[in-house]
Design a protein around this ligand. Structure first.
Ligand SMILES: Cc1ncc(COP(=O)(O)O)c(C=O)c1O
Length: 444
């Protein structure tokens, strides 16, 4: 073989590898066949590892020093980069706030670091009970159950209250915790078109015309995390009342980070204290892991304590986490909270405007989640490699987390991002997209 023939063979092999890594999705590996539960993962791992080897697997990354606005990040092969961080969820930048750190230190001194039990036994502490009361007051809800994560709160409220003969009517883009709770609770799951009240009504009418005996849970979110959009919550609650259903809203992304006093879209829409069940997470704005379910009825919290498995059979929030979240609620509701939300919104509006000026489509409405469309998965993966090289931390979201051909970067804005960070992010995405298109054209 001549040198030129060898080189061209190597080039076409490299191109074939690139093409393989740019196609397919994790969805291809959802249904597995074969008797050996471990060996049947081979095809998945081969495909994933090819992407990893080529720098096209932007998941499973870690920061060196926590979720700062500038972060040093390692991909899961250890390749290091440093740059502006739009990939962490710390919307009001509270995770490094001096008062939050002081609250954490004081909690360690007072309580140690561990709750050492489920809330159904003796896992609660005086600080977690104070937190329950604080959230109840914040949401005008009266009673609150805490969960070890937001995920488990979503799963727990659905699985805890719904039985196999009941129905769940759920926005089709609801978070995995709600969908998995639903799948574990009943086979009667009815997905309605995203934020579509007409479809919701049609689903409720169809269910009630055939079944007047069983319960119906209607499930939605106040801010959808891949689309940055919001339903009309009052109309959903009215529909739920009309059809004798119970509404659950997940406020994970907007509680604390948006709305008057940090009350999120419930506050913006005048719905504080008016929704049947509110479920949320501390992991986006409140500087900790953990979640909650809030209700007007003590019987709900009492029942969930013994029938929502992640509350009953999982260790309670640590006193350290509870103290951090308590302090975060104090800041969220203070004038400083207003100032942080204003800074965050200024960054959000600037980021969205600059991305549009650069020719990109940005999803939904202004919120700390700014999703910018890339389109097909191949170009989006190439952009993700460019961003890792150029120094921008941004999370790629691709099918099946979003529809095929609608891959996007989900930029999560923090209050302490600067105008310079925003400009850098837009420049890097624009350059990355241009270079990715050239690269892709060469591969075809
Ligand atoms: C809408 C929504 N609900 C619930 C969760 C789960 O929250 P956590 O990450 O705190 O467990 C998330 C986080 O990804 C989310 O986006």
């Amino acid at each position: 073989m001549t040198l030129t023939a060898g080189i061209s063979e190597a080039t076409s092999a490299a191109k074939a590898a690139d093409r393989a890594a740019l196609s397919g999705s994790v969805h291809n590996f959802r249904n597995l066949n074969g008797h050996d539960l471990i060996h049947r993962l081979d095809d998945f791992y081969r495909w994933q590892d090819l992407r990893r080897a080529l720098g096209l697997w932007p998941f499973g990354r870690s920061t060196e020093a926590g979720p700062r606005r500038h972060a040093t990040v390692h991909d899961d092969s250890g390749r290091k980069m440093a740059g502006a961080n739009f990939g962490s969820q710390d919307y009001l930048s509270l995770s490094g706030h001096p008062e939050i750190k002081a609250a954490a230190r004081a909690a360690i001194d007072e309580y140690g670091v561990h709750s050492a039990g489920s809330p159904a036994l003796v896992g609660n502490t005086s600080v977690s009970l104070t937190l329950e009361r604080r959230i109840a007051e914040f949401l005008d809800a009266e009673f609150v159950s805490l969960f070890p994560t937001g995920w488990s709160a979503g799963y727990g409220v659905v699985k805890g209250l719904v039985r196999p003969s009941d129905h769940i009517v759920m926005d089709r883009l609801s978070h995995a915790c709600l969908q998995e709770g639903a799948a574990a609770a009943t086979r009667n799951i009815h997905l309605f078109a995203h934020n579509d009240l007409t479809d919701l009504r049609a689903k409720l009418e169809a269910i009630r015309s055939a079944d007047s005996d069983h319960g119906i849970m209607v499930v939605t979110e106040t801010l959808f995390s891949m689309n940055s959009d919001t339903p009309e919550i009052a109309k959903m609650q009215e529909l739920a009342n009309e059809f004798r259903a119970t509404l659950v809203v997940d406020v994970a992304h907007d509680l604390g980070s948006m709305g008057p006093g940090g009350q999120g879209h419930l506050g913006i829409q005048g719905m504080i204290g008016k929704v049947d069940l509110v479920m949320g997470s501390f992991s986006k704005t409140f500087a900790s892991n953990g979640g909650f379910v809030a209700t007007k009825h003590r019987k709900v919290t009492e029942y969930l304590r013994y029938f929502a498995s992640p509350h009953t059979f999982s260790n309670a929030l640590s006193p350290l986490q509870a103290a951090v979240v308590l302090k975060a609620f104090e800041i969220v509701a203070s004038p400083e909270g207003d100032e942080l939300r204003q800074k965050s919104m200024a960054n959000i509006l600037q980021l969205r405007a600059r991305l549009v000026d650069a020719g990109f489509e940005v999803y939904g409405d202004p919120s700390p989640i700014v999703c910018v469309k890339m389109g097909t998965e191949d170009v989006a993966r190439l952009v993700s490699r460019q961003l890792h090289a150029s120094g921008l931390v941004a999370n790629l979201v691709e099918y099946p987390a979003v529809a095929k051909g609608q891959a996007r970067f989900r930029l999560q804005v923090m209050a302490n991002h600067t105008e310079h960070d925003v400009m850098c992010a837009v420049d890097k995405i624009a350059d990355g997209y241009r270079d990715a298109c050239i690269e892709l054209a060469e591969l075809i």
